[in-house]
Design a protein around this ligand. Structure first.
Ligand SMILES: Cc1ncc(COP(=O)(O)O)c(C=O)c1O
Length: 394
């Protein structure tokens, strides 16, 4: 792979290892293990396996290595470790990096499972967590302590689409020597490269835009080579959250078309935000790439497009939101995002249900809020479907 290739080329050719048959499409090495020519060769590989030497699929696999190298090239990271899901990436990265007595500062607007890991799991192991309003740099500054070892945030939050200033927060964290882990799912490596903006570690749920076609769960942790191979790989390979070779193949094929998909999805998301702005039934239309978004300037500076997701807030609350969801004919009710199909979600009763009401309220997860993950369908068809469902709901 040439370092000079542009991202769209890396997405198609990055990381390829061809077998002796010279296959065009990447091979799936659907095997749990590998044979050794001799007992001595087995011993030597267990002492130290090179990047092209494999032992057991939980440790690594050629198809998984192809995916890791391709996504690392796209993100501009030295290396990557592929995981069984996005949550295996988040919980794996945090668990591998933290120890009892450490202090973490995290933004409060997080996906429900990320909040669970921070609030319920890490605290049981003696890690202290301080939550801040991630959009307020003064709160980040005030929360930092001499013993703060890690900072965690979603660069664009789920589902209220707050944008966190990656460069500024990294600068604040690095001043006290803390490492920064960014969940960059909503931004995708196409719109924003968090490592280039100062993050030490980036995590993705590959289930979202990387697959992009709703087929498999997966995740990835990206960072410096010594960190990935020295800290993440031992933790992941011994605790079991590795990606399967079949999933890696799906994700490799997903990466090939990711640029085309997410650019089209973001253009449609902006067109829908434009079409819905000022609609009588809506209290808010939230899309980082739209001039009406409170952090539109930051979104434009940090991301090449505003992402593939917008949220709308039905002024008449949950009953209206449910009427809206049930009246949709094209968009489907589900809870994934980044898919080729447009997916609508009512976060207050599904993905963020477990949050207490006061927490939902402070995060802006109202009863009328509906998250729309925009797919690759014709944007006019999507606007028509959303408009007719809003009419039916009011
Ligand atoms: C921001 C964010 N991080 C992590 C995850 C977890 O990913 P997965 O479902 O692949 O475990 C999600 C899933 O919705 C997410 O939205």
């Amino acid at each position: 792979m040439s370092k000079d290739w542009n991202n769209r080329t890396k997405a198609v050719h990055g990381g390829i290892r061809r077998s002796q048959y010279g296959e065009v499409s990447e091979a799936i090495f659907l095997t749990q293990g590998f044979v050794y020519d001799t007992a001595e060769a087995a011993e030597a590989r267990f002492i130290e396996a090179g990047r092209e030497e494999f032992i057991y699929a939980r440790y690594g696999n050629p198809t998984v290595a192809m995916f890791e190298d391709r996504i690392a090239a796209l993100e501009g990271a030295e290396d990557a470790f592929a995981t069984a899901s996005g949550m295996a990436a988040v919980s794996g990265a945090l668990s591998a990096m933290l120890k009892a007595g450490d202090h973490v500062v995290a933004s409060r607007a997080l996906f429900g499972s990320c909040l669970y890991v921070l609030e319920e799991v890490l605290t049981r192991f003696g890690v202290e967590v301080t939550f801040v309003d991630g959009t307020d740099l003064d709160q980040w500054r005030a929360a930092m302590r001499a013993d703060t070892s890690l900072v965690f945030f979603e660069s664009v939050s789920n589902p209220t689409l707050e944008v966190i200033d990656i460069r500024a927060v990294c600068e604040i964290a690095h001043k006290v020597g803390a490492l920064v882990v960014v969940d960059n799912v909503f931004a995708t490596p196409v719109f924003s490269k968090a490592i280039e903006q100062g993050a030490d570690v980036v995590v993705y749920s590959a289930t979202k835009h990387i697959d992009g076609q709703g087929r498999a769960l997966g995740g990835v942790i990206l960072g410096a080579r010594d960190f990935i191979r020295g800290t993440i790989e031992p933790y992941m390979k011994h605790t079991g959250g590795s990606m399967s070779p079949f999933t890696a193949w799906i994700m490799l094929k997903g990466l090939e078309t990711m640029h085309l998909r997410v650019n089209a999805q973001a253009d449609s998301a902006l067109a829908i935000a434009d079409a819905l702005a000022g609609h009588d039934a809506l209290a808010r239309v939230i899309y980082p790439g739209h001039p009406s978004h409170a952090q539109n300037a930051l979104s434009d500076a940090q991301m090449t497009k505003g992402g593939t997701v917008l949220s709308i807030d039905l002024a008449q609350g949950q009953a209206a939101a449910f009427r809206f969801l049930n009246a949709l004919k094209l968009c489907t009710i589900s809870n994934n995002l980044g898919d080729a199909k447009t997916i609508v979600t009512h976060p207050a009763t599904t993905t963020h249900q477990r949050l207490p009401d006061d927490q939902k309220q402070s995060l802006g997860i109202t009863r009328g809020l509906v998250r729309i993950s925009v797919g690759i369908e014709d944007p006019q068809d999507l606007v028509s479907d959303i408009r007719q469902a809003l009419d039916a709901a009011s």
